[in-house]
Design a protein around this ligand. Structure first.
Ligand code: NDP
Ligand code: PYC
Length: 335
């Protein structure tokens, strides 16, 4: 693969231009660009610039509202709704998190439903934003069916990520953010693009046979991580992201989607709670003892540590040259 080396500021300018030239107003373009730059900064490669062509496709098709004006309201003191006005998720999330954090800090626990949005990004930015307010946060989102329930070869679930963050004093939070498929769809697509194989167990080809060929899996189906256990968690994500928000299950999202390659409309579920109010005084030190024990175990590392370490790297990022050329082309809007 040929790469070009771009600074984070060049990545910012490239993404911002692509969004602005394709119908995003400054607020939506700004929020989307922040997620793309954060992903490239942290090394979340399948959810940074790689997603820009998909974002642009849905702006051009008119499926996603580039001038969305998300509205935040309370259904009860501890239930916040962020209605995204059919735009991309990042602006609605940025507007909704302060209301969710305020409710969870005051009452100990709160939820937020995100509706009328299109989610195409990693989830760690939203749970880390809660941890920055000294709250624990959980978020999950469904997609379109490309993952088969355990024991079958018929897609029903999206890759349905689940993210969780726990605040730590003067340290980056503990964070995990994972697809509930054996591999995120974006990583399978990148492996196919780069001609790499994937581990057996990632997915099945269109005849239902196990394969290490990512291109064959993209025509077939992904498998949940961890067999029946991952399948159960993927089901929970469908129920939280669609059942509990009133938004679309993955199969409903696909039925309503125009197939432009960008993300369908769907929901996201957030839970935030205050360890300080739940556990009381001394909770931080108590948890630090646990983290110290964890990190002292040879061979272990905390989820999130790779990304947080990448944040200290201020050097240029190596980006696929073909992807950069594609995005540069997308910056000129067709007549
Ligand atoms: P990974 O399998 O790469 O990582 C999952 C989690 O495990 C991360 O928190 C990671 O931390 C941690 N981890 C990885 N290796 C280790 C290790 N050796 N020891 C301890 N922890 C480890 O993520 P996925 O491929 O499953 O998901 C990638 C992204 O795709 C996520 O950000 C997800 O939100 C996004 N996604 C978004 C979707 C959407 O619909 N919007 C759908 C599906 C996925 P670290 O990051 O520090 O390596
Ligand atoms: O990587 O599976 C994925 C994905 C779906 C939507 C955004 N990312």
């Amino acid at each position: 693969m040929t790469v070009v080396n771009l600074s984070l500021s060049e990545i910012h300018d490239l993404a911002l231009e692509a969004f602005t030239q394709n119908g995003c107003d400054p607020q939506n373009a700004g929020a989307l660009t922040r997620t793309v730059v954060a992903a490239e900064r942290d090394g979340s490669h399948s959810h940074g610039l790689f997603r820009v062509p998909g974002y642009v496709a849905s702006l051009r098709s008119g499926k996603v509202n580039g001038a969305a004006d998300p509205q935040i309201s309370n259904k009860s003191p501890v239930i916040v709704n962020a209605n995204g006005d059919d735009g991309y998720a990042p602006l609605a999330i940025e507007r909704g998190i302060p209301a969710l954090a305020k409710a969870a800090s005051e009452f100990g626990i709160a939820v937020m439903t995100l509706t009328h949005t299109h989610h195409f990004a990693a989830l760690w930015p939203e749970v880390e934003a809660l941890a920055e307010q000294n709250l624990a946060g959980m978020a999950c989102v469904s997609y379109m069916p490309n993952v088969a329930p355990h024991g079958s070869n018929k897609p029903l679930f999206g890759t349905n990520p689940l993210a969780f963050a726990w605040p730590r004093k003067n340290k980056p939070p503990f964070v995990f953010d994972m697809a509930t498929s054996a591999m995120a769809g974006g990583d399978v697509a990148i492996a196919a693009r780069d001609g790499h194989s994937v581990p057996l167990g990632t997915g099945l080809d269109e005849n239902g046979n196990e394969t290490t060929d990512p291109a064959a899996i993209l025509k077939g189906v992904l498998l949940p991580f961890g067999g029946h256990k991952g399948s159960a968690i993927a089901t929970m994500v469908e129920l939280l992201a669609a059942g509990a928000t009133g938004e679309r299950f993955s199969y409903e999202a696909q039925d309503a989607d125009n197939g432009d390659g960008g993300p369908p409309r769907g929901g996201e579920f957030f839970l935030a709670f205050s360890p300080s109010l739940l556990a009381g005084e001394g909770w931080e030190g108590h948890c630090e003892e646990f983290f110290e024990k964890y990190e002292a175990i040879p061979g272990s590392r905390l989820p999130g540590a790779r990304r947080h370490n990448n944040r200290n790297d201020t050097t240029n990022r190596a980006i696929d040259a073909k992807l950069v050329a594609t995005i540069q082309e997308l910056c000129s809007r067709p007549d």
